[in-house]
Write a protein that binds this ligand. Structure first.
Ligand code: TNX
Length: 759
C-alpha cells in the first residue's frame, strides 16, 4: 500500500514536472490563464479546411487564412458551416465573456470559441504562435487545451509620429505586432511641437506648414554645442489614410486613440496659425526636443480652432476615447499675458494651473457633445480634474492613484516601467536613446495596480500601455528594436493574471518565440541575454567580481585575454577576485550558440581599489546607487552617463577619505568627473588631495582651481612628489549657482564623480 502510494506520488511529481517543462517550451506570449498540454498534435496542411461555425466569425477566420497564405504559401479553403473532422473551426459563443476564448487542439481538429470577434481573434493569435516559425507546408501544432481571458481591458501601445514620421505601411506593421500580443489599444500621438501629422480639411496650413520642420537636432539633446541638419523633414496622413489605418486596426480588434496635444506641445500648430498663441510670433516648427514655452493661448479663437479640429478628428476615429495631451505645458506665456490674467480674474481662477484646468474642462465638455470620452496625461489633475476624464499616469504611480481615489478611470504608464524610448541595455554598443534604463525584466516586473488602492479603487485601473517617444528613433527598424521584445513583456503584464507571472518562464518562452520574430523579419533586441557585473570589496586584495544574467538558462563563458568568448571558453561558475587590472569578456551560451551580445568590462585595480572609503557627506539619494564604494570599485562610470556608477552631489561637495590599508608610496590621484550642463552637471570648481599617515593630520599635496574636461567627461588628475602614506583625502567642490542663460539657471549645480585612482 505504502509502496503504491509512493509510486503514485512519484509519478504525479514526474508528470507535473513534465507538464511544467512542456508549458515552458510552448512559446506563448502572453501566457494563457489555463493551459494543458496533451500528447501529439494536429497537422494543418493543404487539405485542411477552415470552418466558421457562425457567420459572425468569418472575418477573423479569413485573417487566419490570409496569415497562413502570406507566411507559408498555402491557401486553405475557408467556409461557413458545421465543423468537420480534420478541420480548423472558429465560433462565437455568447455565453462567454467577450474577450475570452478557448482553443482546443487534438489529433482530429483545432477548435476556437470566443465570446466575441475579439475573443475568436485572440484564439487565432494563440494558434498562430503555435505554428512553426519557418517556411513549411506541414504546419504541426501541439495538442493543447486552453481557456483564456485578459486581466485588463486597456492593453496598449503608443507611437509618437511627430518627432519622427512613420508611413502607413510601417504603422500597419506596428499594429500587426500589437495584434500578435493581444494588445487592443493603439495610442497614436499625432501632434507635437516638431510636426502635425493629421490632415484637417478646415485648416490646410496644418499640413502644408505644421507638418514640416526645416531641420532636426543631431545627436543627443544634452550635447553642447547644439548641432542641426538643414534637411526639411516631415509628413502627414491624409484623412483617407487615417481611415485606412483605423479599419486595419479594427480588423485586428484594436481601437485607435488619437492624441491631439493641447495646451502645450503645440508649436507646430502655432507656426501655421500664430493667432492661437499669447504672443504674436512668428513661430517655427520645432527642430529640437524638449518643452517649448509657446503654447496655445486660451482665446476664443483657439477654442474655435480646437473644436473644429476635434470635430474632424472625432469623425475619423470611431473609438470612444480622444487623447488631448495636457502634459508639460509651461505657464510662462499665460503669466505674461494680460488676456490670460483677466480671464483668470473673470472666472475666479486662482493660478495658471486652474487656467489649464479651465482649458481642459472646456475641451472635455465639447468632447461630451460629440459622445467621446477625454483622456489626458496626469498633468490634467493639476488645478482640478475635468468631469469624467480618464488619466494616463506617466510621472510614476501617484497621478494614477490620485485619480482612482477620485473615482476616475486610469491607464498606468509610469516612465520607470513603460517608457520604451529608454535604454534596454547598458552595453556601450547600444544605439542612441533618450536616457534612462528599462531592461526587459523591469518591464515584466511592472504591477499596474498600486498596492495602496483598495479593491474598489483598483477597479478604476483600466490597464496599461507602453509608450514609444521617437526623438531618437528615426526609422522603423529602430522602432522594432526599441519595442521588441519589451512589448511582449508588457503584454503579459496586461493580459496574464498576476499570480501566473514568472520572469524565468517568460524569458524561456521568449527565447523560443524569438524564432517567430526572426521568421517575421522583426529587428528585436537581444538585450535580455545581457550579462552584467557586480563588484564587492575583497579586503586588502582588490575586488571580487561576479557576472549576472537575468535570463535563466544557458551558461556564461568568459575570456580574460581580450579574445571574444566562444562555446569552448571556460564556463563562469564562481566569482573572481582581482588584485590587478583585468579585461573580462563574457557571453551567454545555450549549447554551442551564443545568445545576446558580448559583455566586456575593464576592471581597474590600483592602491585605492576595494579599500575602505569614508564620505563626510552623503551623495544625493537619487544618485547614490552604490555608496562610497562606487568610487573605488574598479569600474569607471559609463558614458553616456545613465546614473549608474556615478555619485551625485548638489548640496555639498565630495569629501572622501580612503584607507589604503598600509603605507604606500604614491604620487598621483585621479578623480572621474562629469560635465553635462543640460542636466545641471558641471565639473567641480576645485579639487584638492590631502594625505595622512594617521588619519588625523592631513597635508595638502595639490589643488586644482579649474578643471577642464575633455568632451562629455572624465578625469581630473593631481600629481605630486612621492609620499609614503596610508590615508588619502579627496575634496571636490560644486560650481555653485548655475549662471543665467544656462539650463537650470539660478539653481544649485551638481557634481557627478566616480572612480578615485591612487597610484
Ligand atoms: C515626456 S511623457 C513627454 C514627451 C517626451 C518624453 C520623452 C509625456 C506625456 N511627455 O513629450 O517625448 O517625455 O521620454
Amino acid at each position: 500500500m505504502k509502496k503504491i502510494f509512493f509510486t503514485i506520488a512519484l509519478s504525479l511529481v514526474v508528470t507535473t514536472l513534465v507538464m511544467a517543462q512542456k508549458q515552458i517550451n510552448l512559446p506563448l506570449i502572453p501566457l494563457p490563464q489555463k493551459l494543458e498540454i496533451g500528447q501529439g498534435g494536429f497537422e494543418i496542411n493543404e487539405s485542411t479546411v477552415l470552418y466558421s461555425e457562425s457567420e459572425d466569425a468569418i472575418n477573423d477566420l479569413n485573417f487566419l487564412q490570409a496569415y497562413i497564405t502570406d507566411h507559408y504559401g498555402i491557401t486553405l479553403k475557408s467556409t461557413i458551416g458545421a465543423k468537420q473532422k480534420k478541420s480548423v473551426s472558429v465560433k462565437r459563443n455568447a455565453t462567454m465573456k467577450p474577450d475570452a476564448y478557448t482553443l482546443r487542439i487534438d489529433s482530429m481538429s483545432v477548435r476556437i470559441e470566443g465570446g466575441s470577434g475579439a475573443g475568436v481573434f485572440y484564439g487565432i493569435q494563440t494558434l498562430i504562435q503555435l505554428l512553426p516559425a519557418g517556411k513549411t507546408t506541414k504546419l504541426h501544432v501541439a495538442s493543447v487545451n486552453i481557456e483564456d481571458e485578459p486581466r485588463f481591458s486597456w492593453r496598449g501601445m503608443h507611437l509618437d509620429v511627430s518627432r519622427h514620421f512613420f508611413t502607413v505601411k510601417e504603422v500597419k506593421k506596428y499594429l500587426d505586432y500589437l495584434a500578435m500580443y493581444k494588445l487592443n489599444t493603439f495610442h497614436w500621438h499625432l501632434t507635437d511641437d516638431q510636426g502635425w501629422r493629421i490632415e484637417i480639411k478646415k485648416y490646410p496650413k496644418l499640413t502644408s506648414i505644421s507638418a514640416y520642420r526645416k531641420g532636426t537636432l543631431i545627436g543627443h539633446y544634452s550635447e553642447t554645442p547644439e548641432r542641426y541638419d538643414t534637411i526639411q523633414y516631415g509628413g502627414f496622413y491624409t484623412q483617407d489614410e487615417i481611415r485606412d489605418v483605423v479599419a486595419y486596426a479594427s480588423a485586428r480588434h484594436i481601437t485607435v486613440v488619437p492624441e491631439i496635444e493641447m495646451p502645450g506641445h503645440a508649436l507646430a500648430a502655432l507656426a501655421a496659425y500664430p493667432m492661437l498663441a499669447c504672443t504674436s510670433g512668428p513661430f517655427e516648427v520645432g527642430r529640437s526636443w524638449g518643452v517649448f514655452k509657446d503654447v496655445f493661448c486660451p482665446l476664443d479663437v483657439t477654442f474655435n480652432f480646437l473644436e473644429d479640429v476635434l470635430t474632424e478628428v472625432t469623425d475619423l476615429f470611431p473609438g470612444k476615447y480622444i487623447h488631448i495631451g495636457g502634459d508639460e505645458c509651461p505657464k510662462d506665456r499665460w503669466k505674461e499675458s494680460p488676456f490670460c490674467q483677466e480671464l483668470m480674474k473673470r472666472n475666479g481662477l486662482k493660478d495658471e494651473h486652474e487656467l489649464q484646468s479651465y482649458f481642459v474642462q472646456r475641451i472635455g465638455k465639447f468632447l461630451q457633445t460629440k459622445n467621446k470620452k477625454m483622456i489626458g496625461w496626469d498633468e490634467i489633475l493639476e488645478g482640478g480634474i475635468a468631469e469624467d476624464a480618464t488619466i494616463m499616469s506617466w510621472r510614476g504611480y501617484s497621478g494614477g492613484v490620485q485619480a482612482a481615489k477620485l473615482k476616475h478611470d486610469v491607464v498606468m504608464t509610469p516612465t520607470a516601467y513603460c517608457y520604451f524610448d529608454y535604454y534596454q541595455s547598458t552595453s556601450p554598443s547600444e544605439p542612441l536613446a533618450i536616457g534612462g534604463y528599462l531592461p526587459l525584466s523591469m518591464v515584466y516586473k511592472f504591477e499596474p495596480v498600486a498596492d495602496v488602492l483598495s479593491a474598489d479603487e483598483a477597479k478604476y485601473i483600466l490597464g496599461t500601455q507602453g509608450n514609444l517617444w521617437t526623438e531618437y528613433i528615426g526609422d522603423f527598424k529602430k522602432v522594432e528594436y526599441m519595442t521588441m521584445p519589451r512589448m511582449a513583456a508588457l503584454a503579459e503584464v496586461a493580459w496574464t493574471a498576476k499570480e501566473r507571472k514568472d520572469y524565468s518562464s517568460f524569458a524561456s518562452r521568449l527565447s523560443s518565440h524569438t524564432k517567430l520574430l526572426s521568421f517575421l523579419n522583426i529587428n528585436y533586441s537581444k538585450a535580455f541575454y545581457d550579462i552584467s557585473t557586480r563588484v564587492t570589496p575583497n579586503g586588502d586584495r582588490g575586488i571580487n567580481v561576479e557576472l549576472l544574467c537575468a535570463y535563466p538558462n544557458g551558461q556564461i563563458r568568459y575570456t580574460t585575454n581580450m579574445t571574444e568568448p566562444n562555446s569552448s571558453s571556460p564556463i563562469y561558475d564562481k566569482k573572481f577576485s582581482y588584485d590587478q587590472s583585468m579585461m573580462l569578456k563574457a557571453a551567454l551560451f545555450e549549447g554551442p550558440q551564443m545568445k545576446g551580445n558580448v559583455f566586456s568590462q575593464r576592471y581597474l585595480v590600483n592602491y585605492a581599489t576595494g579599500k575602505e572609503i569614508v564620505l563626510q557627506d552623503q551623495p544625493d539619494p537619487e544618485y547614490n546607487k552604490g555608496g562610497g564604494f562606487t568610487l573605488v570599485n574598479g569600474i569607471l562610470g559609463n558614458l553616456p552617463w545613465n546614473g549608474n556608477d556615478w555619485l551625485g552631489f548638489q548640496k555639498t561637495g565630495l569629501n572622501a577619505t580612503i584607507d589604503l590599508g598600509m603605507a604606500r608610496g604614491i604620487s598621483q590621484v585621479t578623480l572621474d568627473v562629469l560635465s553635462d550642463s543640460v542636466s545641471w552637471i558641471y565639473p567641480p570648481s576645485s579639487m584638492e588631495v590631502l594625505v595622512s599617515e594617521n588619519n588625523i593630520d592631513f597635508t595638502s599635496v595639490g589643488k586644482l582651481d579649474s578643471i577642464s574636461i575633455r568632451k562629455a567627461g572624465r578625469q581630473a588628475t593631481i600629481k605630486f612628489s612621492k609620499k609614503e602614506v596610508r590615508f588619502v583625502k579627496v575634496i571636490a567642490t560644486t560650481a555653485g549657482k548655475i549662471q543665467a542663460g544656462a539650463p537650470g539657471a539660478g539653481n544649485d549645480s551638481w557634481i557627478m564623480v566616480d572612480e578615485i585612482s591612487v597610484n
